[in-house]
Ligand binder design. Sequence first.
Ligand code: HEM
Length: 162
Amino acid sequence: MSAPTIAPSQNPHYVRLGGHEPIVRLVDAFYLAMDTLPEAATIRAMHEPDLRTTKGVLVKYLSEWLGGPKLYAPERGAPMLRRRHQPFAIDSAARDAWMACMRQALSEVCTDEPLRAELEAAFYKVADFIRNTDDGGSTRPHPGRPREVQPDAVAAPHSSLS
Ligand code: HEM
């Protein structure tokens, strides 16, 4: 895919990271880490053997989430990431394995240390929001659902900025 033009955005992360091409490298490094880190074997098994389609979707999502061109929603609709991850049992070990892969990828692609720290924190918020299974195996309610809001849980914004 050729690099899309940058849309004006309040979120500077896309520009700070360097635009489309570093996102493609980040996603490649992320799934390579998932293929190789022993602690990621469980979450790797949740994915299709062939990751090409998944990689393309994550590139589009991250472009938009980081404040770049909106490549995801026009094609796939509202992200609703918690709902989209509902078929998979995601406990804190799965969240931490996902984060280990993303930390590894960021360490390879993002040399700007303050940006890397911001992005790690932003990814962690989403990964923890997506967690849907307590460590004992019981289903965890949606943290953003009205009247079921847990004091320590906040809904993940569709942006890496907050
Ligand atoms: C917390 C641990 C996580 C696990 C175990 C996990 C696992 C998965 C799996 C198994 C899929 C399906 C892939 C496929 O169709 O082949 C998926 C899709 C996806 N994940 Fe995650 N994920 C996690 C966290 C995240 C986070 C933190 C983000 C975003 C920052 C994210 C973004 C996405 C996106 C955009 C998709 C595609 C959704 C669509 O179909 O449109 N995931 N994830």
